[in-house]
Design a protein around this ligand. Structure first.
Ligand SMILES: NC(=O)c1ccc[n+]([C@@H]2O[C@H](COP(=O)([O-])OP(=O)(O)OC[C@H]3O[C@@H](n4cnc5c(N)ncnc54)[C@H](OP(=O)(O)O)[C@@H]3O)[C@@H](O)[C@H]2O)c1
Length: 287
């Protein structure tokens, strides 16, 4: 590695650490009694977020499609210390159910402090096969339901000086093979909520928007999806979830987890050919 590159990486690292150090500090007590809605909370990162919010003593509504699993998660939330834990089964590919979920949470909790949008529709980790209908469908749970729920919740979030937390992916910032439909939906989220963040700030809204960029996380669905194709280490869902919650609670506009996704995002524009080489060599593919 050349001296210039070493100095550049060192300078960026120092700047990153300085920014992290001087950022707002997290007060766990701020989440006691907080009114929270978490989507996609029957498994993976959403389930872990529900447990963290429960330990902080929040009042939680969770949603996903599988009613029995949601019931088990809410029972565990109550045993962990949640002030309230309720669930509502819903399919986010439906046009009407996203609104119903917001209305249910606002009614049952008497308002909302945090709307955490995290669910994703099922998609294959494979080369695109030309199935446009699948991309059109995936946009419904992964994108349209997010913007619909955010808009529906904005008035109540305004009342509580609340926060909108969007769980996105490094795939939405730098494209990866085998995930074209998923990548498209995450890029759409980044673009849309980036614009909305500007508009809310310009309108002097008191609602914060946090866009969370995650790398590879060790949820069962992600590990199964990439089995045999990606061998890179996955990072713990529990830690990823806690970082998302802290980002929302401290009203920070962005999270990059694990930390190096921040550098991956920076380097992709400075050195696209190196980035493309690394991406293509990180997957096992023998045509
Ligand atoms: N794991 C990773 O490596 C990784 C990396 C980057 C970003 N992320 C992001 O992190 C978030 C969570 O990922 P994860 O790995 O935790 O996923 P996961 O374990 O597969 O969980 C997905 C959740 O969405 C729900 N869901 C699926 N289809 C739905 C539908 N049509 N309507 C409503 N809910 C539905 C699932 O529950 P039901 O089946 O009960 O509906 C489940 O609760 C996603 O936004 C993902 O893009 C994950």
């Amino acid at each position: 590695m050349g001296a210039f590159l070493k100095i550049l990486i060192l300078s960026i690292s120092v700047a990153y650490i300085a920014v992290k150090w001087t950022g707002p500090s997290f007060d766990p007590a701020s989440l006691k009694g907080a009114k929270v809605l978490v989507t996609g909370a029957s498994s993976g990162i959403g389930e872990q977020m529900a447990y963290h919010y429960a330990r902080f003593g929040a009042q939680i509504v969770i949603t996903a499609r599988r009613e029995k699993v949601l019931q088990q998660v809410t029972e565990k939330c109550l045993s962990l210390g949640a002030q309230k834990a309720l669930f509502i089964p819903a399919d986010m590919s439906s046009e009407s159910e996203p609104d119903k979920v917001i209305d249910f949470a606002v009614k049952k909790l008497g308002g909302l402090d945090y709307l955490v949008l995290n669910h994703i529709g099922v998609t294959r980790f494979a080369m695109w096969n030309g199935d446009v209908d699948h991309v059109r469908w995936l946009m419904k749970p992964n994108f349209f339901s997010y913007i619909q729920m955010a808009w529906r919740a904005l008035p109540t979030l305004e009342q509580s000086k609340g926060s909108l937390v969007i769980v996105s992916s490094i795939a939405g910032k730098m494209s990866n093979p085998f995930a074209a439909p998923y990548t498209a939906t995450k890029a759409a989220l980044n673009g849309f909520f980036g614009s909305l963040t500007h508009e809310l700030a310009m309108k002097k809204s008191n609602v914060s928007v946090s866009l969370c960029t995650l790398g590879f996380i060790d949820t069962e669905s992600a590990l199964n999806a990439v089995k045999g194709i990606i061998t890179a280490p996955a990072y713990p869902a529990s830690e990823a979830s806690l970082n998302i919650i802290i980002t929302g609670a401290t009203r920070q506009p962005e999270l990059f987890y694990p930390w190096f996704t921040y550098f991956m995002n920076l380097i992709k524009d400075w050195s696209p050919s190196l980035t493309n080489h690394l991406i293509r060599n990180s997957v096992n593919y023998n045509p």
